[in-house]
Design a protein around this ligand. Structure first.
Ligand code: AMP
Ligand code: ZN
Length: 118
């Protein structure tokens, strides 16, 4: 279920500290250590999936739950309401997709602009 050398699996296990945003049986969310935006947290499955490239039909419900959770957590963490506020969900996949940590994660970013990165 977890990869012994994976930093995000270690965060889920509590072996590496994080600023937790949310946790249930299948999902974990925590603040990004290098935020680009006033609100920036990562939403991950507890199950070790390296990236979106490994997603299979049996993961559909899990991914659906993650996406459906994002708006509630975004507001909880201080994103302003849609449409004046809102948030961005980003999922880098693979080297050419800009992925650095090989455990599937959705970045959820929001808050007043400008941001560190557009
Ligand atoms: P990506 O480039 O999409 O793989 O993004 C990986 C993200 O993980 C980056 O935004 C990092 O700042 C973030 N990150 C790496 N290590 C940690 C950590 N220990 N706690 C919180 N966020 C982290
Ligand atoms: Zn992992």
């Amino acid at each position: 279920m977890s990869a012994s050398n994976c930093i995000f699996c270690k965060i889920v296990a509590g072996a590496i500290p994080s600023r937790k945003v949310y946790e249930d049986e299948e999902i974990f969310a925590f603040h990004d250590i290098h935020p680009w935006a006033p609100v920036h947290f990562l939403l991950i499955p507890k199950l070790h999936l390296a990236s979106m490239a490994q997603v299979a039909p049996e993961h559909q419900a899990l991914l659906g739950r993650m996406l459906a959770l994002a708006p509630r957590l975004a507001l909880q963490e201080g994103c302003n309401p849609y449409p004046e506020g809102g948030f961005r969900i980003l999922c880098n996949t693979g080297a050419e997709g800009g992925q650095e940590v090989q455990h599937l994660h959705f970045h959820v970013m929001g808050g007043p602009r400008p941001w560190l990165r557009a």
